[in-house]
Every structure is written in structure tokens, then in C-alpha cells.
Write a protein that binds this ligand. Structure first.
Ligand code: FES
Length: 198
């Protein structure tokens, strides 16, 4: 594999082919916020707080740093007014679902997001998919998945699988960026009322 040389926030970076912008930025100590990224999981591109600006082949665009592969000569900016506004709006939307989430509150302080900007819809789930992907990719159990679509989308444990797999595991709980207790609650609900929500 050949090395790729690119520029991030004015610094030249050498990255291996196939690495993402997020990998390359971290390798030189540049921090990009993430919510749905996990080093052991395939990138998902769900939260978009890792958005960065790239200049490639004469065009400027906004891409997800956790998904976008490094390219020779790519110019990346991780902090611009436009990106600050995008992150602020994304955090405000997610705060409507999980206003007490510590990681979201931290991002809100950093990007000046107002947690009262949108009407509260306390679903707690911000659709990062960390629990779903961890259970599928690492545990290979598929005990938790998404149900419904759009604003009504939420996680759901599959009672038949969860009853066998989850009590000894619970490794997805601490991954949740909104509340580990929420995952515990959804799991208990699935096991106590297995026919609810079907
Ligand atoms: Fe990149 Fe969520 S961390 S989209």
C-alpha cells in the first residue's frame, strides 16, 4: 500500500491508503468531534458531527471525516465558520432527543448549541447505531436493532435473543452517548413485555 500525502488544517500528513480523514487527523493530534464512530466498528456516518471541508479536484465539499478516505493532495479544514454552524445545528437537533446527555452537552458548550432550540422529543436515541453495530459486528448476536423510521426510529432489543445473550454481556450499555441507563431500560422492557412494539 502506498502512502498518501494530504494537508489538514495547513499541516502536511502522511497516511496509509484506505485510512480515513479522521484517522489521518488523529495521527497528528488534530481532534475532530465524533459521536457514532468506534475504533472497532465499521464507520456508519450517522451523526455527521465529524463533518469537515475538503478541496478535491477543484471542488469544495463537506464530508464525514469518519467515512471519507484520504486522497493524494487532498486539502482538509476541520474548523471553519460553516462547520461550526453545521455542528451547532446537529447538536441542537440531537439535544432535543437527549438533553441530559453529557457528550452532547460538552459539544453544545464547544459549538454554542442551544438545548432549547428545538421542541423536546425525549426519545434518548440519537440513532448513532453504536449498540446495534457493536452487537452485530463484535458480538455477532444481533440482539438489538432499529425499529420504525424517521423521527420515530428507535432501538429495540429482540426478546428471544436478548433473553439468552444480554444478561451476561451488556457491553453495548457504556457505548451509548446519551445514557447507558436508557439501553438498560429498553432491554428490560423487551424482556418483560416481549410482545410490546410488534
Ligand atoms: Fe462521523 Fe458520526 S462520527 S458521522
Amino acid at each position: 500500500m502506498s502512502d498518501i500525502i494530504l494537508q489538514i488544517d495547513g499541516k502536511e500528513v502522511t497516511a496509509r491508503e484506505g485510512a480515513t480523514i479522521l484517522d489521518a487527523a488523529r495521527s497528528i493530534g488534530i481532534s475532530i468531534p465524533t459521536l457514532c464512530n468506534h475504533e472497532k466498528l465499521e464507520p456508519h456516518g450517522g451523526c455527521r458531527v465529524c463533518s469537515v471541508e475538503v478541496d478535491s479536484r477543484g471542488r469544495t465539499s463537506v464530508v464525514a471525516a469518519c467515512l471519507y478516505p484520504v486522497e493524494q493532495g487532498l486539502v482538509v479544514r476541520t474548523r471553519t465558520d460553516k462547520l461550526e454552524r453545521i455542528r451547532q445545528a446537529l447538536v441542537e437537533m440531537m439535544l432535543a432527543h437527549a438533553p441530559d446527555s453529557e457528550p452532547l452537552q460538552e459539544l453544545a458548550r464547544e459549538y454554542g448549541a442551544d438545548k432549547n432550540c428545538f421542541e423536546k422529543e425525549r426519545s434518548f436515541c440519537i440513532h448513532c447505531g453504536l449498540c446495534v453495530r457493536y452487537c452485530a459486528e463484535i458480538k455477532r448476536a444481533n440482539a438489538v436493532g432499529f425499529i420504525d423510521r424517521g423521527a420515530r426510529k428507535e432501538i429495540c432489543f429482540i426478546p428471544e435473543i436478548a433473553a439468552k445473550e444480554c444478561w451476561e454481556c451488556k457491553e453495548c450499555f457504556p457505548l451509548c452517548p446519551t445514557s447507558a441507563l436508557q439501553a438498560a431500560f429498553v432491554l428490560c422492557k423487551a424482556l418483560t413485555f416481549p410482545d410490546a412494539g410488534r
